[in-house]
Ligand binder design. Structure first.
Ligand SMILES: NC(=O)c1ccc[n+]([C@@H]2O[C@H](COP(=O)([O-])OP(=O)(O)OC[C@H]3O[C@@H](n4cnc5c(N)ncnc54)[C@H](O)[C@@H]3O)[C@@H](O)[C@H]2O)c1
Length: 371
């Protein structure tokens, strides 16, 4: 047991780092952690809700590590910077909370894993939905035989993103920046959780062979998918399908259909609602926060929920997505542009992702006018 109150540093303090600063501030106020340092290459956003306080401010993470010696480094910078920053932090002796996607290829994964084992540090990957207690309840139901033999997991997500979303950062909507692949696009970024969740629910098995993949874009100015589906089968024999769009008319938060030989369950992964066979209403579950889990791992040896090893299969899927050519541009006749900061709505995309997920189909198998 090491009940030292951990001193935490953040690299990438704006952007999604703001969310981490809120999380850390709540825990700092409760006396559970200290905020040691903030590091960002841009000017750090000030906000009374998340005061910088006594924390040291840096624009260089190497200096930050040397001068503040943090126990935990939260890394919320763009994906191409994850491997060097996480490696430096671990070599310095810090545990790491690394935002998803941890890395963009299996080679980078191998290098990061090597640093982790060599240094003996912990890497928690920011797939926060893995902390859902709904997953545990679903696992219990599967173990108790309530669904029979697990056969298929399908996820459907249908969201919208306005034009300004693709101007949010220099890497938004891009395939690569300065020669490095950047992980944007519906599958690689906002719906990364959908793939990781599907793989976890299907039993955390590696995939058996490669995936089938169809990627489309409804905007000519982006180089990545905004509508996509992949399908694979894991070594436990479970079929996995992930179908997502950022051009959906109707919102589907992230619906997971879990099909067994004797019953079906439904889970909404972003909200932790779960409907098991024989129940009338979905039940609301809670979540273990992954930063708390990492702190408890350090202090009391509690198992990591989203340790790096759990992201390996996801990284293989991501590598496949990122090495795919630029997605096919959908005929504008099927796309409606709506609003002042326009969203692109692809006709029937919401229904298509739902059908794909529920029937383990690719878009090309669904008789869609645009696929
Ligand atoms: N878990 C989630 O649900 C979730 C949600 C959104 C984003 N993310 C992830 O968080 C990460 C950051 O995403 P974002 O949209 O905030 O990106 P971003 O491009 O806005 O960058 C975040 C910050 O990092 C800073 N930065 C860039 N390079 C740096 C460096 N070398 N040293 C220090 N600071 C640096 C930038 O100035 C910026 O303030 C990505 O991996 C993204 O996928 C996760």
């Amino acid at each position: 047991m090491d009940l030292t109150i951990p001193r935490i540093a953040i690299v990438g303090a704006n952007g999604y780092g703001l969310h981490h600063r809120h999380d850390i501030e709540a825990r700092r106020q409760a006396g559970k952690v200290e905020l040691a340092a903030l590091c960002d290459t841009a000017e750090i956003i000030e906000d009374d809700q998340i005061p910088i306080g006594d924390a040291a401010v840096f624009d260089d993470y190497e200096r930050m590590l040397a001068e503040t010696d943090p126990h935990i480094v939260v890394i919320a910078t763009p994906p191409p910077t994850h491997l060097p920053i996480a490696s430096a932090a671990m070599r310095h002796g810090s545990d790491v909370y690394l935002e998803k996607p941890p890395v963009a290829s299996l080679e980078e994964y191998r290098r990061l894993y090597e640093v982790m084992t060599e240094t003996g540090r912990a890497v928690q990957v920011g797939f926060q939905a893995l902390g859902s207690h709904a997953i545990n309840a679903l696992r219990d139901a599967l173990d108790a035989g309530k669904l029979g033999r697990l056969e298929a997991v399908g996820v459907a997500g249908s969201w919208q993103r306005p034009d300004s979303y693709y101007r949010r950062s220099p890497w938004a909507g891009k395939r690569e920046l300065n020669g490095a692949p950047v992980a944007d696009g519906a599958l690689a970024n906002p719906f990364a959780h959908a793939s990781q969740q599907a793989l976890a629910i299907a039993g955390d098995w590696p995939l058996d062979g490669s995936i089938e993949l169809e990627r489309l874009r409804c905007r000519s100015e982006i180089e990545v998918d905004d509508t996509a589906v992949w399908r694979g089968r894991n070594k436990g024999g479970v079929s996995v399908t992930v179908a997502v769009t950022l051009c959906g008319e109707r919102k589907l938060e992230g619906d997971v259909w879990v099909k067994g030989s004797e019953g079906e369950a439904w889970l909404e992964y972003p909200t932790d609602r779960l409907l098991l066979p024989g129940e009338d209403e979905p039940k609301q579950y809670g979540r273990t926060n992954l930063l708390d889990n990492l702190v408890h791992h350090r202090q009391r040896g509690v198992g990591l929920i989203s340790g790096l090893r759990r992201s390996k299969t996801f990284t293989g899927v991501l590598e496949r997505v990122l090495s795919d050519p630029m997605p096919r541009l959908v005929d504008p006749a099927h796309v409606e542009r709506i609003g002042d900061d326009p969203v692109s709505v692809l006709s029937g995309a919401d229904t298509a992702v739902e059908r794909a997920a529920r029937s383990a189909s690719l878009f090309s198998e669904l008789d869609l006018p645009w696929a």
